[in-house]
Unconditional design. Sequence first.
Length: 571
Amino acid sequence: MPVPVLVAVDQDQGALEDVVTQLSHRYERDYGVEGLSDPEEAHRKLAQLARDGEEVALLLAGESLLNETGRELLDQAHQLHPRAKRGLVVAGGAWENRPKADAILDAMALGRFDYYVPRPAASPDEVFHQTIASVLLEWATERRTVPQTVHIVGETWSGRAFELREIFARCAVPHAFCLADSEQGRELLAKAGSQARLPLMVLPGGRSLSDPSNGEIAAAAGAPTDFEQCAYDLAIVGSGPAGLSAAVYGSSEGLRTLVVDEGGIGGQVRSSSLIRNYLGFPRGVSGSRLAEQAHEQASIFGASFLFLHAATGLSRSEDRLEISLSDGRSVSAAAVILATGATYRRLGVSSLEDLSGAGVFYGGPVSEAHALIGKDAYVAGGGNSAGQAARHLARYARRVTLLVRGASLEAGMSQYLVRQLEDTPNVDVRTHTTVVGGGGEGHLEELVLRERTTGEQSTVPADALFVLIGAHPRTDWLPEEIARDGHGFLYTGEDVPRDHGWPLDRRPLALETSMPGVLAAGDVRHASVKRVASAVGEGSTAVQLLHGLSADERSWLPTQDGPVPSSAGAR
């Protein structure tokens, strides 16, 4: 099998030699390394690699290619190797040169590069290698080649096999799917034995589960089995950025913390292929990667996670709160943080609902984009999530069409994303357009689009449709005692209506709902900012607010006079 290739291109011969030397010394056992100084020669080499079936994992371009020639090379490289990561090698003094810094930032903002990489200055340069290793991890995860990959074998792409793929996508777990009649599928079935049933799930250690239930999957993932007997200090419902943040801070302060989620880690953040404006990640971070690291961090501090269990009710029993679960069991906690976020709105087109998972997807294309090379994809929506999905799809699909109900993108999308879409040649934008029909034989083949101003309808061929048309909060399961606005978002703090029966003398804390001891954080809150950073901030703030409860209300909290071993390093 050919090994993946790392390609460095720079017209500055000295800079090129520095990069190639570092790559060769560290990676040549597992990757091929190519260094080229002539852009035309680089294009020929990239074309040859594509013809030979050799995959480029990373293309590193020097600052000398911050021009039209370099842009043409990057466009050609993207067409030949759409899965390859693209990095710009930046010298240390580049940020001090304002025009050059602006050119670099513009190239990053417009998506010509995925990352910037510091030019190696010594041997070994561990700062350089830290960046390269992180980029290659992202590439390997997207390619389903990391050792922790879960393999799913199904008879078809839809049905329970699709549900399993969705489960692992929600849990931010690397996973790969193959059909039972494929070469890999037959091999996995043979290893599982004659008693194996489809769909089959093969865990990284080789253990296989035949047509597993959600409970079996949760148990295999290490969910606690004795949570009914454990009196938790803090229960968090939802494991998006707000819930994960609350889990990190709660467990780091010594609280016995349990996180419950009907899906898996990440929430809506999983649909973001690269978050560029999150504090501390100048090169950007994928939503899945951010969720994975937060989950690991909370687990190290001692938080427990119960995935694939939906919360169905919330009530108070004396000084404890009880969360009812979909399997009939319940969780007891002294305090609860609601971080359930919001769910995507559905199109309501029956012919397309039947194709959910077979070409029609609700949410971002992180898991499905790799299968759309050379195909036509559509994204319905006009917000940032839709723009990010279109940009990510453009790396793979032949043509991406963004369908927007409104008159322009500017009304609902950040300006930097609008610029990126305008500068992406294989992305089209159709305003005043909605999806009213479509279908296909077992898989999406066409869409029916309606032009809202004229009423004219047209049928277009389509290989995939990703729907991001807004969301509604997951609050239907909560009791009437918890006040919410007309859209279902939770009132907190001073927004809690004074006529809603608040039972205490004090007013609700800043993030507290109308049920004492129950706080809300993130997108589920009324008037929340709905950004990753604000959700993370609210999750940590909610934990700190618990210490603001009255003496009687906070008697269950760990003492602040003595040491709390698990909070070492917390801030």
